[in-house]
Write a protein that binds this ligand. Structure first.
Ligand SMILES: NC(=O)c1ccc[n+]([C@@H]2O[C@H](COP(=O)([O-])OP(=O)(O)OC[C@H]3O[C@@H](n4cnc5c(N)ncnc54)[C@H](O)[C@@H]3O)[C@@H](O)[C@H]2O)c1
Length: 339
């Protein structure tokens, strides 16, 4: 496949997402003519040997969520000051969702808003984190509590970068890719990985275009995430996020079926995509209690009213609030007894 460009249409903040093997060659085209300096933010171990047409400085941040903090924003900002980065220059984030979230937030605040380009190097970054403009860092009190909506001026999704991605990180991205199979009527199964990534980008863009600031429609992107977040919390983050999402998707299908929203064939389709297509586990790991999971789900920060799930229907997924806790308990108990 040759390179494909998906445009995220947001008026004067529209931008291209270039997808394909070798997409990194398009990076120079995204750097505007007035740019004199690039601040490249990345991590060790990420292939970031990018040819840039102007002076650049590389900032390496530590791996892991513990570095997704305001103090990293402060040290990046001090580095930007030392190199003389101005609002007419550009920040280039080369990495997964952690790097694009941190560098994007630093760019949003630098001189009250400096352009950022995301070079996504994880599958999750390509289909999700790099697109849509959500940036931010964690506080001890919770994830992504401080941040900004700051759209990039362009995104590169070069699938060659995935060749060095650890298997566990690939699985994490596949959990999010699986989610896109159920959000629209598109047949992703018939596509190659490259075409599938481009299609996921298209689907994510369409949600962002309809609801840039997550007031409604964009919440559907949280399909599978209600149980997923609970599994992550109760399991002490033993499951990676994407692995938890995969289980959450299948549970959401069982719950939707229990509420007569979808047929058993549609539940089977969820199982097929998650386990057969992507080889991901679709069952809750042993040792977790129903009550602990219910408790964590009722505290989900996305819950607008009572237990809230994105649930499939014959018209596609919808946000459903105030789902009966008795029904969730019953469905979860029988889901957890499945082998
Ligand atoms: N902004 C959003 O809309 C959004 C959406 C989803 C997730 N997120 C955020 O994204 C983060 C998770 O992102 P992630 O799953 O990409 O993880 P990550 O960015 O932490 O990357 C995972 C690991 O892979 C390494 N890595 C990245 N690319 C590599 C490559 N090509 N080769 C070898 N190693 C590589 C990284 O250094 C890191 O150690 C979380 O902080 C989450 O909150 C943001």
């Amino acid at each position: 496949m040759s390179l494909e460009t998906v445009v995220v249409n947001l008026g004067d903040r529209s931008y291209p997402v270039v997808v394909g093997h070798g997409a990194i060659t398009s990076l120079a085209d995204l750097i505007g003519p007035a740019v004199q300096r690039c601040a490249v933010v990345t991590q060790e171990g990420i292939p970031s040997d990018v040819a840039l047409p102007v002076e650049s400085k590389r900032f390496v941040i530590e791996r892991g969520e513990k570095t997704k903090t305001l103090s990293t924003i402060e040290s990046l900002s001090q580095g930007f000051a030392e190199m003389g980065l101005t609002r007419h220059d550009v920040v280039i984030a080369v990495g997964g969702g952690m790097v694009t979230d941190v560098a994007g937030f630093a760019a949003s605040a630098w001189h009250r808003g400096t352009p950022v380009i995301h070079v996504a190097t994880t599958l999750l970054g390509m289909v999700d984190a790099a697109i849509g403009g959500k940036t931010g860092v964690n506080l001890p009190q919770g994830k992504n509590l401080v941040g900004a909506f700051w759209q990039p001026v362009g995104v590169i999704c070069d699938l060659d970068a995935l060749s060095t991605l650890p298997e566990s990180e690939m699985r994490c991205g596949l959990g999010e890719v699986a989610k896109y199979h159920f959000l629209t009527g598109d047949d992703l199964l018939s596509l190659s990985l490259e075409q599938r990534v481009a299609q996921c980008v298209r689907i994510k863009s369409s949600f962002v275009e309809k609801d840039e600031r997550e007031g409604g429609q964009r919440a559907l992107l949280n399909y599978g995430h209600t149980l997923a977040h609970a599994l992550e919390i109760v399991g002490g983050h033993q499951l990676a996020h994407g692995e938890a999402v995969a289980i959450g998707l299948v549970f959401a299908a069982h719950l939707a079926h229990a509420m007569n929203r979808i047929s058993s064939e549609r539940v089977d389709y969820h199982e097929l995509v998650v386990s057969k297509t992507y080889g991901l586990a679709s069952r809750v790991p042993p040792g977790m209690s129903v009550e602990a999971l219910l408790n964590a789900m009722s505290r989900d920060k996305k819950a607008v009213s009572g237990l809230t799930f994105v649930l499939d229907s014959e018209h596609g997924p919808q946000v459903v609030s105030n789902v009966s806790s008795d029904l969730v308990r019953k469905t979860l108990t029988s889901f957890m007894s499945l082998t």
